[in-house]
Design a protein around this ligand. Structure first.
Ligand code: GLN
Length: 304
């Protein structure tokens, strides 16, 4: 396995030249575009890491999976669906168009920016700070890393420039999807996106989903039902408007972030974390997708 991962990293580094690191959050433009790393954790406890698996990067949209898990723990599913749909999208992750044109004004799904901001507002907490602490503590548990910290440079950078997210959130306040102070909810969103992780952390999160909610120490963190819902939404929406292509070429539930991470779940088998900050046009790691394509092919991982 180690040799396989090593050779697939070497092979797929080639693709990083065809992508670009995110620059719309200025601090992310400092990432090394050539980096590519992977960590796999299988359900029997075997862990393999290769390439730039030790490099820290910000979790970005992969935090949307954790926010969604918390919202599912805290709410009746019908209440959640009254605010957020679970429909795939052919628009970009920060698109605003559907919020106005769809009759319900609901964000299409919890894996895009509008949906994640609405999801955070549904997480239990009397104040925005309570919500942040609740999701932060949960991410520590699901990643098995008690030391997860905010990268304050990325947080400030995104807070200073996150006007598209502001537009989404103010629009959703105007239509009653969110009721709280918009800046408070956005602050939680920006902080969550700025948590620093490695491939290992997101592989661990994926492993918990692969194990239907059981941590490696055998403690149950999530119900099987929640995991089923989350994996279904990851499969259909986790790679934004690239989800269909990814389902065909890789075929496993996954979630990407503009920091370059992809968390990928092989149900009942394995959690995978990849990192490659050069992104394709849809904001997904270009080398990461190619690496997962090859791995899926070689190990026959597709669920379809
Ligand atoms: N923090 C990023 C944003 O709001 C997250 C987007 C992403 O990872 N796709 O734009």
């Amino acid at each position: 396995m180690r040799e396989l991962l090593h050779s697939l990293i070497e092979k797929n580094k080639y693709w990083t030249q065809y992508g670009n690191v995110a620059t719309y959050i200025p601090e992310l433009s400092n990432s090394n575009p050539d980096a590519l790393g992977i960590c796999t954790m299988d359900i029997d406890g075997k862990i393999y890491c290769e390439g730039d698996y030790n490099t820290k990067f910000t979790i970005q949209s992969i935090s949307k999976v954790a926010s969604f898990m918390c919202a599912l723990k805290d709410n009746d599913i019908n209440k959640l669906y009254s605010k957020i749909s679970c429909a795939p999208t052919s628009d970009g992750f920060n698109s605003i168009v559907n919020l106005e044109t769809k009759n319900s004004h609901k964000p299409l799904n919890p894996m895009i920016n509008s949906g994640a901001i609405a999801t955070i507002s549904m997480v239990y907490g009397l104040t925005a700070n309570d919500k942040f602490n609740r999701i932060h503590e949960f991410i520590k548990e699901v990643t098995g890393n008690n030391n997860l910290k905010i990268n304050y440079n990325v947080y400030q950078s995104e807070k200073n420039t996150g006007d598209r997210n502001r537009a989404l959130a103010y629009f959703m306040k105007s239509t009653g999807i969110i009721n709280e102070d918009v800046e408070d909810i956005l602050d939680v969103y920006f902080k969550l996106c700025s948590l620093e992780v490695t491939c290992k952390d997101i592989a661990h999160m994926s492993l918990v989903l692969a194990s239907d909610g059981i941590l490696p120490n055998k403690k149950r963190l999530l119900s099987k039902h929640i995991c089923k819902t989350v994996k279904a939404i990851m499969t259909t929406c986790g790679m934004y408007d690239g989800s269909g292509d990814f389902a065909v070429s890789v075929g496993i539930p996954a979630k990407s972030g503009v920091g370059g991470g992809i968390a990928a779940v092989v149900p009942k088998k394995m959690g995978i974390g990849v990192f490659g900050p050069a992104l394709d046009k849809k904001g997904n790691s270009i080398g990461g997708i190619k690496l997962l394509e090859d791995l899926s092919e070689r190990l026959d991982l597709s669920i379809f």
